[in-house]
Design a protein around this ligand. Structure first.
Ligand code: ADP
Ligand code: ADP
Length: 238
């Protein structure tokens, strides 16, 4: 469903490439975890997929269509099919949890679309169902800025539920959470994968979490893929 062909990226003013000719294929139903030290290129890799970061070279192919040459309108459509969760949540903090989740139905579109507040009764019910699924129904009217980190990430997951993407990308989704909360959030991501059939690709730097959840692990080092295989093939050296 997703193919990266020869993706390279060097940020302006940097000598060393963040990514160097990365080739990857991800099939439907996989749960891929990208592991690597800080600075290995994990975040750049995830962000190149939906062009939050523009690669210098190579091609991203999504369900047979080249994302690389797409115009803004086509790209919005692709971004609607790909959900994202981030280390720092990327929610609209002044707005309620409920509104943030409803905005998931407008994923990929300009921000003013959800802010017009033109939500249907069905949107409101679906968003509430998604909040219920992550155990936050009673926080629906709370502003996001009043919630804890773990609650914020659960709102972000409810937003993904609302979006109904085919692929979920996660850029260090548990890195700013304590161990117990991180495990709970991983459980919800696993639920998206198992119960809703969403393909998952996450960056983690927690090897234990990667082993516990991944169907495949990609190891990155200095912008190159140095491991690509099942969790049980990952030796302690990797
Ligand atoms: P990781 O997610 O594995 O920590 P990143 O993809 O964030 O790695 O970073 C890979 C390399 O690119 C690092 O050397 C980092 O310093 C550099 N880098 C990342 N983002 C930027 C940026 N916006 N501008 C310049 N260099 C960047
Ligand atoms: P309804 O159609 O009444 O909203 P669903 O069973 O479709 O009920 O949805 C129940 C919950 O699961 C909602 O939170 C919805 O957003 C979420 N959901 C349903 N299908 C998907 C999907 N394919 N991907 C992600 N989330 C989904």
């Amino acid at each position: 469903m997703l193919e990266l062909r020869g993706i390279s990226k060097t940020y302006a003013g940097e000598k060393k490439p963040a990514l160097e000719r990365v080739d990857l294929r991800i099939g439907p139903g996989e749960f891929v975890v990208v592991l690597g030290r800080s600075g290995a290129g994990k975040s750049t890799l995830i962000r190149c997929i939906n062009r939050l970061v523009e690669a210098d070279e190579g091609e991203v192919v999504w369900n047979g269509r080249s994302v690389t040459g797409m115009n803004a309108r086509q790209l919005r459509c692709i971004r609607g099919e790909i959900g994202m969760v981030f280390q720092h949540f990327q929610l609209l903090t002044r707005l309620s949890a409920w509104t943030n989740v409803m905005a998931g139905g407008f994923a990929g579109m300009p921000l003013w679309r959800p802010l017009l507040g033109a939500f249907s009764a069905e949107d409101r019910q679906r968003a509430l169902a998604a909040l219920r699924e992550v155990g936050l129904e009673e926080y629906a009217r709370r502003r996001v800025e009043e919630l804890s980190g773990g609650q914020k990430q659960r709102v972000a997951i409810a937003r993904v539920l609302m979006q109904r993407p085919k692929l979920l990308l996660g850029d260090e989704p548990i890195s700013s959470l304590d161990a117990v909360t991180a495990e709970r959030v991983m459980g919800f991501i696993a639920g998206l994968h198992r119960r809703h059939g969403v393909t998952v690709m996450l960056n983690l730097h927690d090897v234990a979490a990667a082993r516990a959840y991944a169907s495949r692990i990609i190891g990155l080092s200095a912008g190159r893929v140095v491991f690509n295989g099942a969790p049980k093939q990952l030796t302690d050296a990797a």
